[in-house]
Design a protein around this ligand. Structure first.
Ligand code: KG4
Ligand code: ZN
Length: 369
């Protein structure tokens, strides 16, 4: 092996297949000093393109076909073989069930064949623990987890203890980005497409709603935004008989500003609430696919400096789905004593904070966790 393995360190293979990215990664896990040795993510954008969104059956089949090759690529990338691995971590939910089944079956087969311990990981915990993978952040800390299927404020107390302060009552922000991009005829996933167009747009031209912003809690709503964009589009279409490039850019800028204002306003409330609950809490992090948005990162960062709390946002490739976060989370969970057997069951729903009642709504991943 290319590095020295210390006691209490593990070389972990992580597998992720809960939505439309088939991913595998190798992480050298050691408390406070973990390293990503390789990370392979194969997206399915071209397979779903013509349907305008992720088709669960197509996703499941693609995961099943690709997952073993992706694992092999991750091993080759880390210059390791399966014999060098000490632990396998796999996303066991929440997500599109066919995809999760493909990853879990592969992980079980490898764990059985190579006689390795197996840890089933909550995909959301993978996102939630990413700040510790990259920054060795101490517990507790506050996260805004904003992705294609989820949006919630959570105090992360340990690798298996999470307190939800609030979340979306309908769509997730990533889902709103994707739906709006579809309305505007832009490429999927919608987030990066809208962000690119928004750069040269006038965010003041269209005044989109900021739902629930004035309500004194940490809950959010994004479904009305898509309707507002759709109505403005129809109006403009009637007036001028189509859309100019300028219009698309202005729509994108206005939409992105509305999402950002909601996330920023609610983050302020969540930070205040989290500090009331824990004076030890020093950091606010944004995680999940929407955390890749530069404008949203900047705006959240400046809120944090106003409120004098540290801000953290993972590098872009660790915001969107990947298996390094799953491998890392498996390491922490294994250290806490979790080891799953071959009865490990994929779960389509799996809230981080199981004590709280489920949020309303059902997005591309089904009911919100
Ligand atoms: O975390 P993720 O990779 O998958 C889920 O767990 O859902 O998040 C994917 C979501 C997509 O909806 C995508 O449009 C959004 O994250 N996203 C972005 C950006 N990059 C990805 N949203 C806004 N701006 C971005 N740059
Ligand atoms: Zn995700």
């Amino acid at each position: 092996m290319g590095f020295e393995l210390k006691l209490s360190a593990h070389v972990i293979l992580g597998i992720e297949s809960s939505c439309d990215d088939t991913a595998a990664a190798i992480v050298s896990y050691e408390k406070g000093n973990s390293k990503i040795l390789s990370s392979v993510v194969v997206n399915q954008n071209t397979l779903h393109e013509k349907y305008g969104g992720v088709v669960p059956e197509i996703a499941a089949r693609a995961h099943a076909e690709r997952v073993d090759t992706v694992v092999k690529e991750a091993l080759v990338g880390a210059k390791l073989s399966l014999l060098d691995i000490n632990l396998i971590g796999v996303t066991a939910g929440p997500g599109l069930i066919g995809g999760v089944v493909a990853g879990v079956m592969c992980a079980k087969g490898l764990a059985y064949g190579a006689n390795l311990p197996l840890v089933g990981v909550n995909h959301l915990a993978g996102h939630a623990l990413t700040p510790r993978l990259i920054g060795n952040l101490e517990y507790p800390y506050l996260i805004l987890l904003a992705s294609g299927g989820h949006c919630q404020f959570v105090i992360v107390e340990s690798a298996n203890k999470f307190s939800r302060l609030g979340g979306t009552i309908d769509d997730a922000p990533g889902e709103a980005f994707d739906k709006t991009a579809r309305l505007l005829g832009l490429e999927q996933p919608g987030g990066p497409s809208i962000e690119r167009e928004a750069i040269n747009g006038d965010f003041k031209r269209f005044d989109f709603p900021r739902p629930l912003l004035n309500r004194d809690d940490c809950d959010m709503s994004f479904s009305g935004l898509k309707t507002a964009v759709s109505r403005s589009l129809e109006d403009l279409d009637k007036q001028q008989g189509g859309l100019y490039e300028r219009d698309v850019k202005d729509f994108c800028a206005g939409f992105q500003a509305a999402i950002s204002d909601v996330l920023v306003g609610k983050s302020k409330r969540a930070i205040i609430e989290a500090r009331k609950r824990s004076s030890a809490l020093k950091t606010f992090a944004i995680v999940g696919g929407v955390a890749a948005n530069e404008k949203i990162r900047q705006n959240l960062s400046s809120v944090c400096s106003d409120l004098e709390i540290d801000f953290m946002a993972p590098p872009l490739e660790l915001c969107t789905d990947n298996a390094a976060m799953i491998a890392y989370a498996a390491g922490e969970l294994y250290d806490l004593g979790q080891e799953d057997d071959y009865s490990l069951s994929p779960r389509s729903r799996w809230p981080l904070d199981e004590k709280k009642p489920p949020m309303l709504g059902g997005g591309k991943r089904g009911a919100k966790a």
